[in-house]
Design a protein around this ligand. Sequence first.
Ligand SMILES: Nc1ncnc2c1ncn2[C@@H]1O[C@H](COP(=O)(O)OP(=O)(O)OP(=O)(O)O)[C@@H](O)[C@H]1O
Ligand SMILES: [Mg+2]
Length: 348
Amino acid sequence: MSIPPIRVLAIESSCDETAAAILENGRTLLGTSVASQMEIHARYGGVFPEVASRQHILSVVPVVEQTLAQAHLSLDEIDAIAVTRGPGLAGSLLVGLNMAKGLALGLNLPLVGVNHLEAHIYSAWVMMPNVEPTDEPEFPLLALLVSGGHTELNLMTNHLEYQRLGWTQDDAAGEAFDKVARLLHLGYPGGPSIQKAAEEGNPDRFQFPRSWMEGSHHFSFSGIKTAVLRQVQKLENVSSNIESEYPSLPINDLAASFQKAVVDVLFTKTMKAAREFDAKQILIAGGVSANQSLRYAFASQNEFPVNIPDISLCTDNAAMVGTAGYYRFINEHNDPLSIDVLSTWPLS
Ligand SMILES: Nc1ncnc2c1ncn2[C@@H]1O[C@H](COP(=O)(O)OP(=O)(O)OP(=O)(O)O)[C@@H](O)[C@H]1O
Ligand SMILES: [Mg+2]
């Protein structure tokens, strides 16, 4: 007799994407839907929290319905409800959590609260239709989590077990991409627009400082952001001294040189930690792991196998919540319906 599959319906609403997904046996993605608010927040140059939570209210039910339709499933074929409990914007998280509670209560299903950072890590094991599946995890593995709000190195010793080795002391790498993009008058979000500009630029034109945080696994990205600002001011001064009508900045070279410095730090520090802890694999996840230059740096070494999620799973989505939620569910980490959101929630 065959064992029936376990299907998890997952909801993500920690920031500005309302998303749902259904995963079978943890890794197989059956259906997914994302309502992005990017265009709305682009007007403000960043996420406006109250606008974000109101948009989640409008999108959460349709997104769940679309996901079920895509998976050709009905709610009575679901075995557990997973939801991002934190970290993130409280008003945004509450919408997803309340939707999940309503489904769990109405369908009498277990509720599994998922850490958004854990979900980013588990994005590496989501199997999508027509995409080559990534390797099974081999522990210990070194996970670089590099996103809009976080930049940290975690040693993962088993499923759901983490030792946080180092984290940013100021800006997250994604935040630095966003701030530098604003400085260079590139679009929001900053990561993709810096990457695009960098494709046409000379990465060796400007030598921006690398903060190595020697003796620790921590990161710091505020110095490089300030160095880009100083360089821009210097170039603008030179330009206005020669009475140019409009200071034309070498945007592409600035973007390429900035990106090179950030990738250099992320790659070098991750490799160093992987050696120190004898990691069997490196895993890179979070929005910045979509960066082509970062992906290329890791793909170009053969010291460690590297697991990087498909580009579509790097930024926020619910598939990753479903995979992490499945491992929580089978390990009996279910939650009562009384849980609250956690706007800060370190992995360990
Ligand atoms: N190609 C890219 N290159 C560099 N950065 C990128 C790229 N694509 C996206 N990013 C950055 O990734 C970030 C968004 O990632 P993500 O959605 O994981 O962050 P978040 O959910 O806001 O933060 P967190 O996960 O820490 O709560 C943004 O800062 C964005 O600029
Ligand atoms: Mg995220």
